[in-house]
Design a protein around this ligand. Structure first.
Ligand code: ADP
Ligand code: MG
Length: 360
């Protein structure tokens, strides 16, 4: 059978890409697996000629491009939409390994409406001052975050204390905020301005039940679980790790200064070995439930990075589902075995899709 040709669709400006290290590894692992892999942007596809200008890394560093045949399967890894990308993506030019997904708020709604999943979903409502007051009647911590955000940006955590409302925030540039409001109306005034200043593409904000994630006192920490389709087209959890935020940081994201640790490092101390095993098993059950609900609604997918909160009582909660997840956590944990597996799986799955398409 002809060598499978796999294209990675992404953002490109000249010879620069957003995730050059990851793409280098993808092309290299693809070669080892017997596939031709290249990187391209929507501007590089010429449907009339059934050709693509594809980029591949040079041994000595940098990138080169040449003409490739129309790919058998395309993995959409575009995390920043350039002009024309969305329109291009809507057309059915290729067999895509991953369908398009949705934003955080719509995803949360989908899961909340699923009776098997709702137990893992923190209470979430649209941002408004009425909802802020209502949510504080039930919860002592609230998170206010963009319904279409990523990377731990523009997020605030507000905790009700005996002195008032303590707010910790990260701006879109990862600037820090640490403020105390004496009453809810002064907090509300500040938040109303914040959601205007920080909003992304006219998007709105959500208020979410805040989880107590201080498994390590003074630090927010949560789990990142990677679930991927394998070479047989079945979902499999590739691995998980923990991210630990800095002091007075409301988020654990690596880009916002979070550090990596293994699940055992963080959970054993707190819960012991047996309870940790139960927690991890529940996280995996959650992950399988989530991807199956997503595929029912949005079609076939490739991989997801799940942000999972394990609160101080050992309860498991879904915080967020990332459709184009990073793998740096495994590297930072010193788990190069997981890192390599996480790179190979999408290629193996794309090769599986090609085989399936030839059979049809
Ligand atoms: N409801 C919540 N309770 C506790 N911590 C939260 C909550 N929502 C977000 N966080 C913290 O903030 C981080 C970023 O939130 P997330 O919803 O994943 O947004 P982003 O898309 O910016 O990563 C989470 O990984 C977690 O550490
Ligand atoms: Mg996240």
């Amino acid at each position: 059978m002809a060598k499978p040709v796999i294209g990675i669709l992404t953002w490109r400006e000249g010879h620069s890409f957003k995730e050059p290290g990851y793409f280098r590894s993808l092309v290299k692992e693809g070669q080892k697996l017997g596939a031709t892999v290249f990187i391209f942007s929507h501007k590089d596809a010429f449907p009339d000629k059934k050709q693509v200008r594809g980029y591949v890394p040079l041994e000595k560093g940098g990138w080169t491009h040449r003409t490739f045949p129309w790919p058998d399967v395309v993995i959409d890894r575009c995390r920043t939409a350039q002009d024309g990308y969305r329109e291009f993506r809507k057309q059915k030019h290729f067999i895509y390994a991953n369908n398009t997904f949705t934003n955080k708020m719509s995803a949360t709604r989908l899961f909340t409406n699923n009776e098997n999943l709702i137990k893992w979903i923190p209470a979430t409502v649209d941002y408004s001052l009425d909802n802020l007051t209502r949510m504080f009647k039930k919860h002592t911590i609230l998170y206010i975050k963009p319904g279409n955000g990523t990377g731990g940006k523009s997020i605030v955590k507000v905790s009700k204390t005996k002195d008032g409302y303590r707010l910790l925030g990260r701006t879109r540039g990862y600037g820090r905020r640490n403020l105390l409001f004496k009453d809810i109306s002064s907090l509300g005034n500040w938040l109303n301005r914040w959601v205007q200043q920080e909003r992304i593409r006219k998007g709105s904000f959500m208020i979410q039940q805040g989880l107590d994630l201080e498994l390590i006192p003074g630090h927010v920490s949560d789990m990142r679980l990677l679930i991927q389709k394998n070479e047989n087209g079945n979902w499999e959890v590739t691995g998980e790790g923990m991210r630990i935020g800095g002091v007075n940081n409301p988020t654990s994201n690596l880009h916002g200064g979070g550090r990596a640790a293994s699940v055992a490092d963080v959970l054993h101390k707190r819960f012991g070995v047996k309870k940790t095993e139960e927690i991890v098993a529940e996280c995996r059950e959650l992950a399988h439930g989530i991807v199956s609900a997503i595929e029912k609604q949005y079609g076939s997918m490739l991989e997801f990075g799940l942000d999972i909160g394990i609160d101080t009582r050992g309860r498991v909660w879904l915080i967020e589902v990332n459709p184009k997840p990073g793998r740096e956590l495994f590297k930072k944990m010193g788990r190069s075995d997981l890192y390599v597996r996480a790179i190979r799986r999408p290629i193996q799955y794309a090769m599986h899709l090609k085989e399936e398409s030839v059979k049809e």
